[in-house]
Design a protein around this ligand. Structure first.
Ligand code: DGL
Length: 281
């Protein structure tokens, strides 16, 4: 069996890459739902439907465990997927994990008391980060900021505009001297982690999920050997997307530092499920 990693688009590739660096032997299948990207501006209902379909595809490809790398999908869909979809599905013994609680745990372990988070509209609107934080440690504060322009700029080669947009979003948080730690609460934002310090200054630390999820996964495997043992260790990795463009493939190659083979899935209109496409479609 395999480890599945799901994101709406590109950002989760950074998490796939960092997991691969830490655990090069485990077999991975990555799925980017590029056909429905961006998730962040959609309704919870739509994000849930897209997420369930993506997870279902990864399970159909023999994934024992899926990491919902996408924060927006974690916010909109994770609990329902774990508590309703899985028990009712043919994949009862499989597992789905998200990224929100592990990210908050890392911020808390770092001793930070005043957190800031930038995330998609939907992630912020669900209040998932403040709500989960309150459960873990109500003494810690969190300021949220919707940053809806970042994903479209990242996905569409808008690098020239990113510094001024980042400055626009981040300056108010910094001016109030309100935060000690900034959570990059969207997989895509890991691509910006080298540009952000020049805006927020060296005294605010940054949490980038590509740097924390691999260790959290190792920790999970240590506690759940039965899942770890199910996953094949042949160092294989496969990439699927629901829509394939030249620019996506180019950025994916840049992220991995070499050319990667990305296969296309096709949304079957009858079953409403993703199936592996025989290109071109
Ligand atoms: N990757 C998603 C996340 O982590 C955001 C991108 C999108 O809007 O689709 O929240």
């Amino acid at each position: 069996m395999k480890l599945g990693i799901f994101d709406s688009g590109l950002g989760g590739l950074l998490i796939a890459k960092s997991i691969r660096e830490k655990m090069p032997d485990i077999d991975i299948i990555y799925f980017g739902d590029t056909l429905h990207l961006p998730y962040g501006n959609r309704s919870g209902k739509a994000i849930y439907a897209h997420s369930e379909r993506a997870v279902d595809f990864l399970f159909s490809q023999d994934c024992a465990l899926i990491i919902t790398a996408c924060n927006t999908a974690s916010a909109a869909a994770l609990r329902t997927l774990q508590q309703q979809y899985l028990p009712a599905s043919m994949y009862k013994n499989r597992r789905i994990l998200g990224v929100i609680v592990p990210t908050l745990e890392t911020a808390i372990d770092g001793g930070h008391k005043r957190l800031g988070i930038i995330a998609t509209n939907h992630t912020v609107e669900t209040m998932i980060y403040p709500v989960e934080l309150e459960k873990i440690d109500p003494e810690i504060s969190i300021i949220q900021k919707k940053t809806p322009l970042l994903v479209p700029l990242i996905e569409n080669g808008g690098a020239n505009w990113l510094p001024s947009v980042l400055e626009h979003y981040l300056t108010p948080m910094i001016e109030e001297d309100a935060i000690e730690c900034l959570i990059l609460g969207c997989t895509h934002y890991s691509l910006l982690k080298n540009e952000i310090p020049s805006i927020i200054g060296k005294y605010v630390s940054i949490i980038s999920q590509d740097e924390i999820i691999p260790d959290k996964l190792i920790n999970y495997f240590n506690r759940h050997q039965e899942i770890y043992e199910k996953i094949d260790k042949n160092s294989k990795i496969k990439f699927y997307v629901s829509d394939k463009t030249e620019s996506y493939c180019k950025t994916a190659d840049q992220i991995f530092g070499h050319s990667i083979n990305i296969e296309l899935t096709h949304l079957d209109p009858v079953s409403n499920k993703f199936v592996i496409a025989s290109e071109p479609i």
